[in-house]
Ligand binder design. Structure first.
Ligand code: GYE
Length: 305
């Protein structure tokens, strides 16, 4: 209900929904697109957004959530940097009667009453799609050595993308993961780890990167070592942000599994329902696709992020 003209709505408080959002950081192109989506859709949905950036540190996120509890926001939403260690602060929110919505990444809490819903991708499915592509691509080859660039240690997308990929490549025993290490979802992390991998494992055939930014860092390392990314070493990654799709269309990446960062509109919708006391599903999975090099060329001109 809008306040009558001329009144600012003071005293009794306004009907405007206040959301406290604790973001992971600004580690990747995906994250930048995600933040933009949340900020833009808050403003068009008339949501008063309090936003904080945890710089990929769990303690910063916990601090931000405690501040939102003190400020008595209507809804707290966050993307947990890692899966474990959330029960205490989530219980504090529950006792303060502030509903929590998980977006993008999940927590491992067994008590699912600690949050209302979880909106985000199925990361195991993403890892499987990456692995399925490699199984087909490896038909007739006698040995395929894979170097894996993992996301942030303990983060749901790192754990699940590793698991889904491992599951899929069981179908092809000639595929072997010969090196696997975290690059923290950043371009510089991907570059550094790939430089080390190229020294310790000169026979790497394929890089599986848990996100585009690490793949882009790996491309720099591969080129600096005098090899051709996409040819001498094939690259598979996850996200499908603009820089990744550009590298894919140029033949430097071979396959990208999409992960959708544009969660803002659905998040605002869920927050309004939760505030109104309406039932929401425990889990909302986002829809995603995959891209080959030809498909990337077609999709690029209309790509928004
Ligand atoms: O894939 C990566 C980002 O949690 C799905 O986090 C997200 C991941 C995304 O840093 O680029």
């Amino acid at each position: 209900e809008a306040a009558p003209a001329g009144q600012s709505g003071g005293g009794g408080g306004s009907d405007k929904l206040t959301m406290g959002f604790a973001q992971v950081g600004a580690e990747s192109g995906w994250r930048t697109a995600n933040t933009k989506s949340i900020q833009e859709s808050a403003s068009s949905a008339g949501v008063d957004l309090k936003f904080s950036d945890a710089q990929q540190k769990q303690e910063n996120q916990i601090k931000a959530i405690r501040t939102y509890i003190q400020q008595k926001v209507d809804v707290i939403a966050f993307s947990p940097v890692v899966e474990t260690g959330w029960d205490t602060v989530l219980l504090e929110a529950k006792r303060a009667n502030i509903p929590v919505i998980l977006t993008d990444r999940s927590v491992d809490s067994t008590d699912t009453t600690l949050y209302k819903t979880f909106l985000g991708s199925d990361f195991v499915a993403e890892g499987k799609k990456a692995g399925d592509w490699l199984v087909k691509d490896s038909e007739g080859k006698s040995e395929v050595d894979v170097a894996e660039l993992q996301g942030t240690t303990g983060a749901a997308p790192a754990i699940d993308r590793k698991e889904g990929f491992a599951e899929a490549i069981k179908a092809a025993p000639q595929i072997k993961v010969v090196a696997s290490q975290t690059g923290d979802f950043t371009r510089s992390g991907g570059k550094q780890v790939m430089e080390a991998f190229l020294k310790s494992n000169p026979d790497i055939d394929v890089v599986y990167a848990h996100n585009d930014d690490m793949a882009l860092g790996a491309i720099e390392a591969i080129e600096a070592a005098g090899k051709k990314p996409g040819k001498d070493i094939e690259i598979i990654s996850v996200d499908a942000v603009k820089d990744g799709m550009t590298a894919l269309s140029e033949g430097k990446i071979n396959y990208i599994v999409e992960c959708n960062p544009l969660l803002g509109p659905q998040l605002m919708d869920l927050a309004k329902k939760v505030k109104a006391g309406e039932e929401v599903p425990q889990r909302v999975v986002t829809e995603e696709t995959t891209f080959t090099q030809d498909e990337a060329k077609k999709a690029l001109p209309d790509r928004k992020y």
